[in-house]
Ligand binder design. Structure first.
Ligand SMILES: Cc1cc2nc3c(=O)[nH]c(=O)nc-3n(C[C@H](O)[C@H](O)[C@H](O)COP(=O)(O)OP(=O)(O)OC[C@H]3O[C@@H](n4cnc5c(N)ncnc54)[C@H](O)[C@@H]3O)c2cc1C
Length: 394
């Protein structure tokens, strides 16, 4: 089998890249380790930056997003039993975000790919990249017990944090940067109306909480828990009680509770691999970097890498601009590190790091008070939250 761009992984990065390339006449094949149903069963991100929304439009998958997605022009920070609104639209000259679940984005992209007849091979086992530092890289994989080979011009490693792409770069050619936080997020999904029209990020002495949503009838809530916490120890009742205890009184009083339809714990980590390319392999999305979800940046960073690689590939195939290939990593990383910084800042100032750290708590409160009482501070938060601009390649 032969293609121009071989894509490892059918998460949002791989599917979005595949769709954009296909629309510009660049042939690609996606190899995915799991089944399509499994990929769709993962409940993850839900806030899309304007840049990602525009990219989904360019990929032709905007119909359902426009019907069902909820544009948000602000969000709230809660601390000291009070709430401060960050007016995204007003502070950024009209930019907003869209609440539309990662599962829905993935479903739309899968359907679009199927409609155009592009190839995705699900349950492709033991995918292995070869000869990445030559002009003729290829992948091998196992499908239904047979060993198959996919020849290509370029490989896009869109296979997430645990994938094979990053691990296939020689150790002396890659450097990683990491911070693991001593807590995770316990999240539940419930078919209850959201407590507020806008997201609420709460700093509380018992720990962080987030009120989010997927639609007008489906809510997503999180509470910070210790890193070794077990999801089985959290009944729905215990979750709702803890959430209420961490929200300002007026919000807690309005909270509508109900049975959870999903409950899971996600660890929090900051991670970056540099450079994001090796020979003809490009790392995209979670394969290259992870952010704690506090700034809603993970999925959006994946989209900005896709934007860079997609435009690069178009220039390579349509204008012969192979000179731009060397710029991929540097262009991506400038934006990646800024999103890492914002996610770290939000995480650092909204979570409880240890018991009895009164100094740390006072500094957090001063930080939040300072940023939210200054127009410059609020603007800084808003422009990072809606997403920094995508950088052009040339
Ligand atoms: C539990 C959880 C909660 C999250 N919550 C949020 C949130 O609230 N907000 C936010 O912004 N971000 C969140 N994120 C991050 C966000 O979901 C990711 O940034 C996003 O999924 C990245 O997309 P991706 O396509 O790069 O990687 P992934 O979504 O990880 O997709 C990678 C794909 O590659 C496949 N794959 C892996 N290894 C191989 C292999 N060897 N061969 C073939 N295929 C392979 C995987 O099966 C997967 O389908 C969350 C992530 C997790 C894990």
């Amino acid at each position: 089998m032969k293609t121009q761009v071989a894509i490892i992984g059918a998460g949002p990065s791989g599917l979005l890249l595949g769709q954009l390339l296909h629309r510009r006449g660049i042939d690609n094949v996606i190899l995915e380790r799991r089944s399509g149903e499994y990929v769709l069963s993962r409940i993850r991100a839900g806030v899309l930056e304007q840049g990602m929304v525009d990219l989904l439009r360019e990929a032709g998958v905007d119909r359902r997003m426009d019907e069902e997605g909820i544009p948000h022009d602000g969000f709230e920070l809660a601390f000291d039993n009070r709430r401060v609104r960050v007016d995204l639209e007003g502070l950024t000259g009209g930019k907003t975000v869209m609440v539309y679940g990662q599962t829905e984005v993935t479903r739309d992209l899968m359907e679009a790919r199927e409609a155009v007849g592009a190839t995705t091979i699900y349950e492709a086992e033991n995918v292995q990249p070869h000869d990445l530092d030559t002009d003729h890289p290829y992948l091998t994989f196992e499908k239904d017990g047979e060993i198959c080979r996919l020849d290509c011009d370029y490989v896009a490693g869109c296979d997430g944090y645990h994938g094979v792409a990053r691990r296939s770069i020689p150790e002396d050619r890659i450097k990683t940067f990491e911070r693991v936080y001593p807590f995770g997020w316990l999240g539940i999904l419930s078919d209850t109306p959201p407590v507020s029209d806008e997201l609420i990020y709460a700093n509380h002495e018992r720990g962080f909480a987030l009120c989010s949503m997927r639609s007008k009838t489906r809510s997503r809530y999180y509470v910070q828990v210790p890193e070794d916490e077990k999801v089985e120890d959290w009944s729905d009742e215990r979750f709702w009680d803890e959430l209420k205890a961490r929200l300002p009184d007026d919000v807690a009083g309005k909270l509508v509770t109900g049975p959870s339809i999903e409950k899971s714990i996600a660890p929090l980590r900051s991670f970056v691999a540099e450079p994001m390319q090796y020979g003809r392999l490009f790392l995209v999305g979670d394969a290259a970097h992870i952010v704690p979800p506090t700034g809603a940046k993970g999925l959006n960073l994946a989209a900005s890498d896709v934007n860079t690689l997609y435009r690069l590939m178009v220039k390579v195939y349509q204008e012969g601009r192979t000179d731009l290939i060397a710029r991929y990593s540097e262009v991506c990383l400038r934006r990646v590190w800024k999103a890492e910084r914002f996610s770290w800042w939000m995480t650092t100032n909204l979570h409880k790091f240890s018991d009895g750290e009164d100094f740390e708590r006072r500094i957090q409160q001063a930080e939040l008070d300072y940023y939210t009482s200054s127009q410059a501070g609020l603007t800084t938060i808003a422009e990072n939250y809606v997403g920094l601009p995508y950088e052009s390649l040339d």
